[in-house]
Design a protein around this ligand. Structure first.
Ligand SMILES: Nc1nc2c(ncn2[C@@H]2O[C@H](COP(=O)(O)OP(=O)(O)OP(=O)(O)O)[C@@H](O)[C@H]2O)c(=O)[nH]1
Ligand SMILES: [Mg+2]
Length: 393
């Protein structure tokens, strides 16, 4: 739905974007909101802004408390990434998020029938094959989390920061209702669990004093002129805007305020041991219709947990690449991890920037190749388990 913002609001938004000082930003958000008319078309936008303001407020609060020693350090919003992928574990209270971490990892978590026990994101490491997956328990989600209710700001910030999501539901309660709450809040926070048809990226740090629009795809209900007019009406005159896939004018307007982020997602349905769980699980599967992968587990009885690593690995589309030095006979035992579809160029980049500049060719050992090792170039698409030897000039 179009927001039809008046020019005053668009001007204010340019002021929001222009500052990085948290206090000033908060003030500019407030001024922006005052210029946004209250109607149905702007409801989503107003919610988003309020959420962003809640995050800044909490962050400022936190810093103040840390200064006077009330809270003792520790990252609150973001957990430093470790391992091959960071996955945020999201679910309503008491569904067994801490129990999952306790059963699978050696994270220090508190399992308790008391609701809202975990109030800060808790990191843990799950070893799967020879890769490490970082799972972060987030504070319980409720209706209103995306607007900053309870610890919602932390939950949403953790989810946006992660590479992927596990949505956990409890099979002793109605799992469809829980899933609907979770997906509703994620949507409000502009987090998508299914691959969007297109993508809009706005890089405002561009200093070329010009607006460049790069289109790799299709505009649905508009032409380049409309896009440019829209961007300029928001005083975006110096930026690189990349549009890929299928995109409409509404998508571009939304991206001006906040980009939707897609996160590969797995549903974990817990408490398979309780009475009625089986039929609740069937209802859930029927509702999801194969749109997201689902796994049923019981943390208490440790059922289904052994398959979780593989499910996460597949959902995240992780591939392991073993590099070999030309002088050595055996490849390294610890792989580099990339995402499915990655090329040799991506591998070279993740090893060292210099590798690309001096790249001559690579040899790849893989079962799928007719001739293995095969001599390949930077555009070669890698697959899980490939062994690669890079030769430089
Ligand atoms: N029957 C059964 N109970 C479980 C299972 N997993 C967890 N529980 C119980 O569910 C309650 C909540 O578990 P937690 O792991 O603390 O849940 P949580 O999602 O971390 O909860 P909060 O952090 O408080 O939001 C505890 O009493 C657990 O013993 C399970 O597989 N089956
Ligand atoms: Mg917990």
């Amino acid at each position: 739905m179009p927001t039809n913002l008046p020019p005053e609001a668009k001007n204010k938004w340019a002021e929001v974007e222009a500052t990085n000082d948290p206090k000033l930003k908060l003030q500019k958000y407030q001024e922006f909101l005052a210029e946004v008319p209250k109607h149905k078309g702007t409801m989503k936008l107003r919610g988003q802004i309020k959420r962003k303001m809640a995050i800044i407020r909490q962050d400022l609060d936190d810093k103040k408390q840390r200064r006077v020693g009330i809270r003792s350090g520790g990252p609150k919003f973001f957990i430093e990434k470790e391992g091959s992928a960071q996955i945020a574990l999201v679910g309503m209270t008491n569904v067994g998020k801490s129990s999952l971490l306790a059963a699978l990892t050696n994270a220090k978590v508190e399992v308790s029938p008391v609701p809202f026990t975990s109030r800060d994101p808790v990191p843990s490491i799950l070893d799967y094959k020879d890769v490490q997956l970082q799972i972060v328990e987030t504070p319980a989600i409720i209706e209103g989390s995306a607007d900053g209710k309870l610890w919602g700001s932390q939950t949403m910030a953790s989810a946006r920061n992660a590479d992927g999501l596990i949505l956990m539901v409890d099979l002793s309660e109605n799992p469809v209702a829980q899933l609907q709450v979770i997906l509703g809040e994620l949507e409000k926070a502009r987090i998508a669990t299914s691959k969007p048809k297109g993508k809009v990226e706005i890089d405002r740090k561009h200093t070329g004093a010009a607006l460049r629009i790069v289109l790799v795809g299709k505009l649905l209900d508009c032409n380049m002129r409309d896009v440019e007019d829209l961007l300029r009406s928001h005083r975006i005159n110096d930026a690189i805007v990349k549009i890929s896939g299928e995109i409409g004018l509404d998508d571009i307007e939304e991206a001006i305020y906040e980009t939707t982020m897609f996160k590969p997602t797995l549903i974990v349905a817990n408490k398979l041991d309780v009475q009625g769980a089986e039929s609740n699980f069937q209802n859930l599967c029927r509702h999801v219709q194969g749109k997201l992968p689902i796994i049923a587990v019981s943390c208490e009885q440790k059922r289904g947990l052994s398959e979780l690593g593989e499910k996460v690995f597949n959902t995240m589309e992780i591939i392991r690449i073993y590099t070999k030095e030309p002088s050595k006979r055996e490849p390294s035992s610890r792989p580099f991890t990339l995402r499915r579809g990655a090329t040799l160029q991506d591998l070279a980049k993740s090893i060292h920037g210099e590798f690309i500049k001096n790249f001559a060719y690579a040899r790849v050992w893989a079962k799928r190749l007719v001739f293995s090792p095969q001599k390949v170039g930077l555009t070669f698409i890698l697959e899980d388990g490939d062994v690669v030897e890079i030769h430089t000039k």
